[in-house]
Design a protein around this ligand. Structure first.
Ligand SMILES: [Zn+2]
Length: 210
């Protein structure tokens, strides 16, 4: 691969994470996940530590979208069940010193196809057909959805050049990973990058959770 990747995933999706090993050379992927809470009140500091210690020289983050990686997966008294993937995506989107924003490639795992790809509908505004791609709090964390459907936005549907995040089905991805990784990488240099939205203070967790 031309670009080094960081992979953000839930432990429930370890099976797919392992399968990716056969697609990459060892030096093309960071074999590490965020595994600790960075103890600070300073969001910028937290982002920089995650970038330095985990994302390193990656330029694309692959986000595996499974059944447990949505905003609505929820939280309990210990905190946010998706704390780690939120922080991984926040720091991926964060423009750090000497380590700039990554491209984001969302890979939809097979058990999520039906939930996300909902077919076509006829638009009541323009009368044309649009694809209904359900990327919202039911299917992904906000770090992904807000940068898949960028705001502010005009018109009834989003075109590819109105998205920072790239979305692909697992089966399409494994047939040609380099193509999709390049696609996500190339979003970094565009004007779209200025529309990226990231709230680095989102997500909390109690230390006793470990
Ligand atoms: Zn329309």
């Amino acid at each position: 691969m031309a670009h080094k990747c960081f992979i953000s995933f839930k432990k429930e999706d370890q099976y797919y994470r392992n399968k990716l090993d056969s697609l990459f050379d060892d030096e093309d992927v960071i074999n590490k996940s965020l595994d600790r809470v960075i103890d600070s009140e300073n969001g910028n500091y937290i982002m920089q530590v995650i970038r330095d210690d985990y994302l390193k020289d990656s330029t694309v983050t692959i986000f595996l979208i499974g059944e447990h990686s949505s905003e609505n997966e929820g939280s309990d008294w210990n905190g946010d069940k998706n704390y780690f993937i939120k922080k991984e995506l926040q720091s991926s989107l964060y423009n750090g010193v000497g380590n700039t924003r990554n491209g984001i490639l969302g890979v939809v795992l097979p058990e999520m196809y039906d939930q996300i790809y909902r077919g076509k509908y006829t638009c009541s505004s323009c009368g044309k057909e649009h694809n209904y791609v359900k990327i919202n709090d039911d299917t992904v964390i906000k770090e992904f959805s807000e940068n898949y459907y960028l705001e502010p936005h005009e018109g009834c549907a989003w075109s590819e050049d109105e998205r920072y995040c790239v979305l692909v089905k697992w089966n399409d991805f494994i047939n040609d990973p380099e193509y999709y990784i390049n696609f996500a990488f190339n979003k970094r240099g565009t004007d779209l990058s200025q529309k990226v939205h990231v709230n680095i203070n989102r997500g909390y967790i109690k230390k006793s959770y470990f």
